[in-house]
Design a protein around this ligand. Sequence first.
Ligand SMILES: [Zn+2]
Length: 302
Amino acid sequence: MRRAVLILTVCLISISPATAAIDVVFDYYYDDNANGFFDTSTADGLAARDRMDDVASYYEGILNDTLLAITPSGVNTWTPQFSNPATGLPISGEIDMNVAADTLIVYAGGRDMGALGQGGAGGYSAVGTAAWLDLVASRGENPITDFGPWGGSVSFNTNLPTDYSWNFSANDPESDEYDFLSVAIHEMGHVLGIGGATPWQNYISGSDFTGPAARAEYGDDVPLNDNAHWKEGTKSEVDGVDQEAAMDPTIANGKRKYFTDLDEAGLSDIGWEIVPEPATLCLLVGGGIGLLLKQQRRRKTA
Ligand SMILES: [Zn+2]
């Protein structure tokens, strides 16, 4: 029998449409038992969950991968490990959790942190046959080129700076608000492997990302920030409209950011099968892209 341990964390330092295959399941268990950022007895908590549903729908609309189920039995056992979204500390999840085929399980919560949010793919411990360890590691995908996680966790700041609040609505944020939808889109990008997955790491050369899809989109190697984000201020497009990339390190108050063509290219480079379907993109594009306001106070999205 073999044993494998893999811990994937990102940013801990700071804080086809109808036929698309992937199901993103957000789990609020750890939040329900702690800080209640997603508390369903509050209007904010309900609205935050609605935006998380929007985020799930967006990614479900562009990810067309096939991921094997994780079904422990007999000698084949495992335990998911991840950053507890309510504390930021490493935690072991449910022993021998079942993960359905084509499903990602993402624990979500809130806590006081030094950034707007944090996200990362989960790791695991596993014991069993070689085939089982391969399955837990990459769910039938090539572990070197094609990221296939069970899921991970995302967390959001419960204690924004004085005079600022979250915009939990589907509409664009006001100037004294940080946009929750935008930050959730960003943190989910980390869960999918941007910044942390092995295929991502394999494309880092110096301080650039050299994945072919991202290179084609950007026109050159893409400069990175801390190897986990595009360089601050990197531009791309959403539906033909210029926008700062979702996966650069910060977002300004009063600003909404959607997942750009470059962000999607990054996912493509680490193995995700991206469905470029305008009808699904519209879900998140309809709100319009505002111009950067002056005197923004940019904050890290981690
Ligand atoms: Zn980030």
